[in-house]
Design a protein around this ligand. Structure first.
Ligand code: GTP
Length: 598
């Protein structure tokens, strides 16, 4: 097809507003996927994603569409992940498009994450087509939601499409709008090759499969390509399009979307945002906007069974092949033994990795509470970046500590403004802005330390607003604060993996609540266990777990053996995931106790 008849677009939508359902409809309506092959939701195909009902990794699909003007068009849909942890990937898939469908649930309205992505799309100069989905619902209020989009985003909604992805309403109109409103790519086929990588995944047979949009020039099967950020070169084994299954082609030109396989060993070598060019006729400059996704949240991961440390290492190596943003390095803890300190883009990313390690690799892990990266200026020497609270230098050795701050934008029904302000304030938030939107909906902005957000801020926001509020956050820089290291001692031994960095003014309360929580969570032993919280050598809170008196088996001594066995089995089944720290068995929940302080 000539470039004038290609349209590249993505769908911007808040979780559950119907992005996947709509994508499926478009694939069906264009005959890309036959009805009988239509598994529920073609685009999100990771099991985990489907279970959680969220899109994590992006994919793409090429559709052939015969428009009402009688012409044949190629429509490339590039999917975007729906979560704030992956906003860099979103920005790269937007950069690969000329337009976007903005899908908003007509019974809900604009949400914080949608807004963040619309602004990204506007920065990339995309043509935005508003689509009000779910108009079949009795509670749909398309007029109110249109007004909301106009007021918040300043987007003209007179031509907004009323649709129901579920009922198949408005689908033709959406396809026609894509053809008529979204501009064709520029015809830069005569320039040196530049292709933008917007996704990649690891395949154990073919190596990394790279998804890209050709921005300039032409790429052919057999070409020797160079990845401009890493400088590495590869021979293309396989070139193709996604329709949505992979179909091989001989060449792809400026404006087209496709994939390559070139025996690339890890996704790290073909990162999202990197530019593909030809090794023999390289482009002078890479495409703009490349950045390496940086981990922002860290935690320790330790196998409950120390013998499985090599298995954990192997599992992390494998996951890393497919996840350039995951970082890990060996960590030795005096309390926990050998494990890894792992870095993630955000909490969701952390949960996904943890779940995959446990499910796909059958590992029992103890995970320590998440931490952020602190910037420490020592009295002598160079600035330190500390991602492990137990490594914080003592006060006499440091000049100052700075911590990362984020701007958090929330959208909420008016009645929850009070409770969300209170939440933000108790998390050391600085109020920035509040605006009333339509009919009792309000935007609320705060600056908050990231450390206060990565604990349970999101869950708290959701529960306080009965699920109605949404949020988005982005990093705004480092700020100095009087922070201290809070140590926890179990049975008089400091437990390095329970150490945390807290604001001086909150240390006393956090310390006290934490030892109280640990008292609840750690089971009784045969001996008395003292629990303490300390700052330096000063104990600020203490409790103890009384000794256990009776032996559980005592009552069946003398009874028949099968009954004893049964009791032991029952106990084994109910046995929690534990880590022995000294002589004390500490359950997994204890390491996360800090996330559950009230
Ligand atoms: P993420 O993958 O998490 O981004 O969600 P999504 O935006 O892809 O939402 P999805 O398509 O999975 O739809 C969410 C829910 O809304 C599903 O239960 C759909 O069946 C339902 N849904 C989607 N479109 C419509 C619609 O037009 N009308 C009604 N009534 N329900 C719809």
């Amino acid at each position: 097809v000539p470039v004038a008849r290609i349209r590249n677009f993505c769908i911007i939508a808040h979780i559950d507003h119907g992005k996947s359902t709509l994508a499926d409809r478009l694939l069906q309506a264009t005959g890309t996927v036959a009805d009988r092959d239509m598994k529920a939701q073609f685009l999100d195909n990771m099991e985990l994603e489907r279970e959680r009902g969220i899109t994590i990794k992006l994919q793409a699909a090429r559709m052939n569409y015969k428009a009402k003007d009688g012409q044949q068009y190629v429509l490339n849909l590039i999917d975007t992940p729906g979560h704030v942890d992956f906003s860099y990937e979103v920005s790269r898939s937007l950069a690969a498009c000329e337009g976007a469908l903005l899908v908003v649930d007509a019974s809900q309205g604009v949400e914080a994450q949608t807004l963040a992505n619309v602004y990204l799309a506007l920065e990339n100069n995309l043509e935005i087509i508003p689509v009000l989905n779910k108009i079949d619902l009795p509670g749909a209020e398309p007029e109110r939601v249109k007004k909301e989009i106009e007021e918040i985003i300043g987007l003209d909604c007179s031509g907004a499409i009323l649709a129901s992805a579920k009922e198949g309403i408005g689908i033709d109109e959406i396809l026609e709008s894509i053809v008529h409103l979204i501009p064709a790519p520029q015809d830069t086929v005569s320039q040196p090759l530049r292709a933008l990588i917007f996704d990649s995944y690891y395949d154990s047979y073919r190596g990394v499969i790279v998804y890209f949009r050709v921005m300039d020039g032409t790429v052919k099967k057999g070409d020797r390509i160079r990845l401009m950020a890493t400088g590495k070169e590869y021979e293309i084994d396989e070139l193709g399009v996604l329709s949505p299954n992979q179909i091989q082609v001989g060449e792809l030109h400026a404006g087209e979307v496709g994939y390559v396989a070139a025996a690339i060993k890890a996704v790290e070598d073909a990162r999202v945002g990197d530019t593909i060019t030809l090794a023999y006729e390289p482009a002078a400059e890479p495409l703009p906007g490349y950045a390496q996704a940086k981990p922002m949240v860290f935690c320790g991961m330790f196998p409950t069974d120390a013998d499985r440390f090599p298995d954990l290492r192997e599992a992390l190596e494998k996951l890393k092949l497919n996840d350039a943003a995951l970082s890990y390095e060996p960590e030795t803890s005096s309390a926990m033994g050998f494990g890894f300190r792992c870095g993630f883009l955000g909490l969701l990313h952390m949960e996904i990795v943890q779940e995959r390690l446990e499910r796909e690799y059958n590992l029992d892990l103890i995970i320590t509470a998440p931490s952020v990266i602190y910037r420490v200026t020592p009295v002598k020497g160079e600035i330190l970046y500390i991602d492990n609270p137990s490594h914080l230098p003592d006060p006499q050795h440091r000049e100052k500590i700075e911590e990362p701050y984020v701007q958090v934008d929330m959208i909420t029904p008016e009645e929850y403004v009070g409770t969300l302000m209170e939440l933000s304030q108790t998390r050391r938030g600085i109020f920035k802005d509040m605006k009333y939107l339509t009919q009792g909906r309000t935007t609320l902005s705060y600056e908050l330390p990231l450390a206060e957000v990565v604990t349970d801020f999101f869950d708290q926001m959701k529960s306080r607003s009965r699920g109605y509020a949404s949020m988005e956050y982005h990093l705004i820089g480092y700020r100095e604060n009087p922070l201290v290291r809070l140590d926890i001692l179990i049975n008089n031994d400091p437990v390095d993996s329970l150490a945390m960095i807290v604001h001086r003014d909150k240390a006393y309360n956090v310390g006290r609540s934490l030892v109280e929580k640990l008292k609840e969570l750690i089971p009784r032993h045969q001996f008395k266990i003292p629990l303490q919280a300390a700052i330096g050598s000063k104990i600020i809170a203490s409790e103890h777990i009384p000794a256990l008196r009776k032996d559980v088996l005592a009552k069946c001594y003398g009874g028949d053996i099968s009954r004893k066995k049964k009791l032991l089995q029952k106990q084994a089944k109910g046995k929690k995931r534990m880590k022995a720290i000294g002589t004390v068995d500490v359950p997994q929940e204890a390491f996360m106790a800090v996330l559950r302080l009230d």
